[in-house]
Ligand binder design. Structure first.
Ligand code: HEC
Ligand code: HEC
Ligand SMILES: [Ca+2]
Ligand SMILES: [Ca+2]
Ligand SMILES: [Ca+2]
Length: 446
C-alpha cells in the first residue's frame, strides 16, 4: 500500500499554471546549483576536473599548482623528479586511481586486483595503530600494498572473483547482482591467516570535497539520531577518528567509513599508504620525508577546490526527485547543507546539495565487510554524496558504484541497500517499472 502523496498534485497544478515559455522544471527538479557558487556547467568526461569558478586569483593559482601534484607520478629513488615511490605501494599517482578525478575501475571478471582498488586489513585483537582505531596485521599493517619497487616484495597478491545472485522486482522483472570474493596469497604462497579482516575499497570521486569539509561539525552532529528517537528506522551516527595533526579524536568525514578527519590528513595518508610517499604528517621511521609540505598542500588545495557539475536539464528528473523523497532516500542522502566559514573564501557560506549526511549507517549484511574502523562497525558505511553521480560512466565507462565498486549500474547500487535502508530499497523494488525508471532518471541527471 502506498501512502497518499498530495505534493505531486500541487506540483502538477503549479506547472499547469505556468505559461508555455517558462522553465519546464517542476518543484521537485534537482537544484541547478548543487555546489553553490562552485557549480560549473559541464556534462563531459572532464566534468569532475574543473576548478571552482568562484576562486580568487591566488587560490586558482594554488589549485593549478595542486593539479600538477595530483597528476604527479612517483618513481624509485634516486631520481630528479618525484622520487621516493614505495618500497611497497598500490599505485604511483593520485590520478592513476582517481581517474579523471572520479572513481577507479574495478577488476573486470575474475583476475588479479586492478591497482585502482585497494584492500584494508586489520585483526580483532591487539594494539591499535592510533587510539580507538584498527589493529594492524603483522607484516601487512592496515592496508595491503600489492606492488613494490624492484628491491622489495609486494605484500600479497589479491585476486577478485564475482559471486552472482538475482533479485526479483515486485512486477516480475529480475536484476542480477555481483559481489566480490577476495583471494589473497602471501609471498610464500600461503593464504591470508583466517583471523585477518579484509575490506575492498574503490576510490571515490574527489570534486566538491572542500564544501563537505566546510559543513559545520555541529550541523553534521545534529543530523545524527543514534538511538532512532524519531522511530523512522534510520539512525545515523558520526564516526570519531584519531587526527594525527590535532592529536585527538575528532569527527570523521572522508573515506567510505568516514575514518579520516579532513582533506590534509586524507592526502597525507594517501601519499603514505597508497604510494609509499612520506611527508611531515606521516614521516619514514627515521624521520625522513619524500615530499615537502608545499607538495602535500598542493594536493590538498586541489581536492578542496574542484567544481561541482550542475545537473542535466531533464523532464524525467522532476518526477524521479519526488520518488527519491517518497521512498526515503533523502533521509540519508540529505539534499541540502550549508557550509560555514572555511579558510578558502570560495567554500564559505554556500548552500549545497550533496545528497549526504556524512554519517554512518548500517546498510545490512549484504554490504557488510565485517571490519570495524574507529566507531564504525563492520556493517556501517558513510552515506556517499550523490551530486554528479549521473556522470560516472561518462567520466569512466565500466566504473562501479558502492564502496567496492560491485554495482555496475545505479539499479544494482539501490538493490544492495539493506539494514536502515531496507524500507527505501523495498519501496524501489516494489515500485512500478515507470516509477523505478523515473528515480534512475533523476540520479542520471545529477
Ligand atoms: C591506489 C589507489 C589510490 C591512490 C594512488 C590514491 N587514492 Fe585516494 N582513495 C583511494 C581509495 C580506495 C579511497 C577510499 C578509501 C577508504 O575509504 O578506505 C580513496 C579516498 C580518497 C579521498 C576521500 C574521498 C571521500 O569522498 O571521502 C580523497 C580526498 C583522496 N582519496 C585523495 C587522494 C589524493 C590527494 C591522492 C594522491 C596523494 C590519492 N587519493 C591517491 C584510492 C587511491
Ligand atoms: C539508511 C541510509 C540510506 C538510505 C535510506 C539510502 N541510502 Fe543510498 N547509500 C547509503 C550508504 C551508507 C551508501 C554506501 C554503501 C556502500 O558503499 O556500501 C549508499 C550508496 C548509494 C549509492 C551508490 C553511491 C556511490 O557513490 O557509489 C546510490 C546510487 C544510492 N545510495 C542511492 C540511493 C537511493 C536511490 C535511495 C532510495 C531508494 C537510497 N540510496 C537510500 C545510505 C542510504
Ligand atoms: Ca618512500
Ligand atoms: Ca601494508
Ligand atoms: Ca531516526
Amino acid at each position: 500500500m502506498r501512502a497518499p502523496r498530495p505534493l505531486p498534485l500541487i506540483a502538477a497544478l503549479s506547472l499547469a499554471a505556468c505559461d508555455a515559455t517558462s522553465e519546464p522544471r517542476g518543484d521537485f527538479a534537482p537544484s541547478t546549483t548543487p555546489g553553490g557558487e562552485t557549480t560549473i556547467h559541464d556534462r563531459t568526461s572532464q566534468a569532475y576536473m574543473q576548478p571552482a569558478p568562484n576562486l580568487d586569483p591566488e587560490t586558482l593559482e594554488a589549485h593549478l599548482d595542486g593539479d600538477l601534484a595530483f597528476e604527479a607520478e612517483f618513481v624509485t629513488r634516486p631520481a630528479d623528479i618525484n622520487p621516493g615511490l614505495g618500497p611497497t605501494y598500490n599505485n604511483v599517482g593520485c590520478v592513476r586511481c582517481h581517474v579523471r578525478d572520479g572513481r577507479g575501475m574495478p577488476a573486470v571478471g575474475a583476475g588479479p586486483l586492478r591497482s585502482h582498488l585497494l584492500v584494508r586489513v586489520s585483526q580483532p585483537e591487539g594494539e591499535p595503530a592510533a587510539p580507538g582505531g584498527s589493529v594492524p596485521v603483522e607484516g601487512l599493517g592496515l592496508q595491503i600494498q600489492d606492488q613494490s619497487i624492484r628491491d622489495a616484495t609486494p605484500e600479497a597478491t589479491v585476486t577478485v572473483t564475482w559471486r552472482i545472485s538475482t533479485v526479483d522486482y515486485a512486477d516480475g522483472a529480475q536484476a542480477e547482482l555481483q559481489a566480490p570474493e577476495l583471494s589473497i596469497t602471501l609471498p610464500d604462497g600461503s593464504p591470508l591467516p583466517a583471523h585477518v579482516m579484509t575490506s575492498l575499497r574503490q576510490p571515490p570521486p574527489v570534486f566538491g570535497l572542500g564544501l563537505l569539509e566546510a559543513v559545520p561539525e555541529a550541523d553534521v552532529r545534529a543530523l545524527a539520531d543514534p538511538d532512532d528517537a524519531d522511530g523512522d528506522g534510520i539512525s545515523g551516527r558520526p564516526n570519531e577518528v584519531w587526527d594525527p595533526e590535532v592529536g585527538a579524536s575528532v569527527l570523521g568525514r572522508f573515506g567510505h567509513k568516514a575514518n579520516t578527519s579532513n582533506l590534509r590528513v586524507q592526502a597525507a595518508a594517501a601519499y603514505f599508504n597508497d604510494m609509499g610517499i612520506s611527508s611531515s604528517i606521516f614521516p619514514d621511521p627515521d624521520g625522513a620525508t619524500d615530499i615537502d609540505d608545499e607538495t602535500l598542500d598542493g594536493a590538498v588545495v586541489y581536492t578542496r577546490t574542484l567544481a561541482v557539475p550542475a545537473p542535466a536539464e531533464s523532464a524525467a528528473a522532476s518526477a524521479g526527485a519526488e520518488h527519491f523523497r517518497a521512498f526515503g532516500c533523502a533521509s540519508c542522502h540529505v539534499e541540502t547543507l550549508v557550509t560555514g566559514r572555511h579558510e578558502i573564501a570560495a567554500l564559505s557560506n554556500q548552500t549545497i546539495h550533496p545528497y549526504t549526511d556524512l554519517l554512518l549507517h548500517d546498510l545490512g549484511e549484504g554490504l557488510a565487510d565485517g571490519r570495524p574502523d574507529f566507531v564504525a562497525t563492520g556493517r556501517e558505511w558513510r552515506t556517499p554524496p550523490l551530486w554528479g553521480i549521473g556522470l560516472t560512466h561518462t567520466v569512466l565507462p565500466y566504473s562501479g558504484f558502492l564502496h567496492d565498486a560491485r554495482a555496475r549500474t545505479l539499479e544494482e547500487a539501490i538493490l544492495w541497500h539493506g539494514g536502515e535502508a531496507e524500507k527505501a530499497r523495498e519501496a524501489f523494488r516494489t515500485a512500478s517499472a515507470p516509477e523505478r525508471q523515473a528515480l534512475i532518471g533523476f540520479l542520471q541527471a545529477l
